[in-house]
Every structure is written in structure tokens, then in C-alpha cells.
Design a protein around this ligand. Sequence first.
Ligand code: 13P
Ligand code: SF4
Length: 304
Amino acid sequence: MEFTGQQKEVRRWLERRRGILLAHNYQPGEIQDVADFLGDSLALSMTAAQTPAEVIVFCGVHFMAETAAILCPDKTVLLPREDVGCYMAATITGEQLKARKAELPGVPVVTYVNSTAAVKAESDICCTSANAIQVVNSLAPSRILMVPDRNLALYTARRTSKEILYWEGCCNVHDGLSAAEVQACQAAHPQAVFLAHPECRPEVLDLAQVICSTSGMLQYARQSSGREFIIGTEMGILHTLRTENPAKLFYSPSPRLVCPDMKRITLSDVINALKDNRHRITVPEEVRRPALLAVERMLAVPRD
Ligand code: 13P
Ligand code: SF4
């Protein structure tokens, strides 16, 4: 693929700063195309943990850059904009989790990575949408508290013998997708395979043939002999699905599957971030150390 002038400038600045660009699958297409690594939350955390690069430019939302800063305190982690939060991560604070834990002595806390460093620091172990079931099953106790996503917790509860308690958080983008919207899209495209993200409501997941993380969807579409797919997640992923599979058709079941925070970063923001070393994301040591333990425990859980 031929880079645009701005994309070439991004690559020049990355070379000059000995940096790498990590981008989430929901990022704008022009950012996905120029990235060194494109992935889901789990793959991006693992790449950040292993890269020898000195500078990591994180094109995603704040909690993702914070996870990279937790894993790599000696590297410079840059988030090209400061105003890229996550609705779900804002549904719980470290203080709220602390108070809930006091009501549930002996119950381990599994925290979805879509959370602040302060919440991770109060947790026993983290999980992502790609490994939630394995993480829960890796713990000995039979009762587990999952935060902050109610839908990921309900999805996991149906696939483990453990009792799952949960926090009433959600992603407004995924939680807003209705079963009626999916059924209408299925009626219009009866041959299509419906892939859904576990952040969707249970009644939406009940309609899915495949439930997986964003990278799981990319992998499934690559390998599938199917030709049509309905994609139950944020529609930024359609860019790479279509680029990688030009002979296949991808449909979004709702025009509202857009995460505004994931759409803010521009190529100019990336260039300015590398030029001016901004916005550097750091986590205070007293928060970083316990948060790191929770993330490292997750990374140590074997994947199926
Ligand atoms: P993935 O880990 O599946 O990429 O999901 C991240 C996310 O923010 C979903 O809304
Ligand atoms: Fe957060 Fe939802 Fe956006 Fe993912 S899609 S970053 S969970 S608000």
C-alpha cells in the first residue's frame, strides 16, 4: 500500500525517535494502515511488554496507553491526545472497588483491562475479552467478582462452573446494540455469519455464531470459507476486515456502533506527539506496582 505524505512523515518521525506505533483495531483506517502493530487489547499489551523500542506511540484510548506504561516504566509511552477516555473504564473508581471488596472478603477480583490503573491496582488479576474464561478458571476460589463489565461477566458466567459476581458497568457502544437490530441485519443477509464481541448484551450474544475479541474476529474472517459476515463490534474494525478480505462482504448491524473516543486521534496528532514528546503517560509507582502484578498474572495464564 502506498503511504500518503502524512503517513510517510509519521514513519520518518518513528524512525528518528526509535519508536513503534501500536494501534487498536477500532482506530481510524489511516492510523491502522501506518501502524507497526495492530491488535486487540491483549495483543497490544503483549507487544508493549516485549518491544525493544524506546518510544511507544499508543493509538487507542487512555487505559490502553496506561497498561503499556504499567508494563514498561522505562519506556516513553505517548498518547497522541489526552481526551481519549473509555466510557466503560469510567464506570468504576479504585475507591469504589475497594469498598466492594470490603463487602466480599476472600472473593478474588478479575478486572477487565478496560479500566484505570487505580482499579487494576485493587485487583487480583486482569483479563481481556480474549482470555476472560481462562483467567477465571485459573483461580482456585469458586466465587469471583468481575469488574467493570456486566456483559463480559455474564458471558463468562455461562461458560464456567464458578459463581460470578459483577459490577454494573458496560460499554455504551456495545451495550447499545439491540437484538432487533441484529435480527433485521440477519434477515437482510441470511447467509452471513454473525460475529459478536463479549461486551454485547446476552440476548445479542445468543444470536451469534462466533463470540470473540476484535483480533479473534480478524482471524476468523481470514480463515473462514464464508463470504458474508455481520460484525457485532465497533465499526473501525471493518477497515482492516475489508482490506484483508477483498472478496468477502462485511456488514455492521447498527450505525451507532461507533466509539467517539477511538476516532479522535489524527495523523497530525501522531506527528505532533513524536515531535513534542507528548502526551507522556506515566503511572505513580505505588499504583503501578500492584497494577503490574495483576497484569502480569493475566499474561502468565496459558491461552487455549
Ligand atoms: P478487544 O480487546 O477485543 O480489542 O476490545 C477492546 C475494546 O475496547 C472493546 O470495546
Ligand atoms: Fe471503551 Fe467501549 Fe470505546 Fe471500547 S468501544 S474503548 S469499551 S467505550
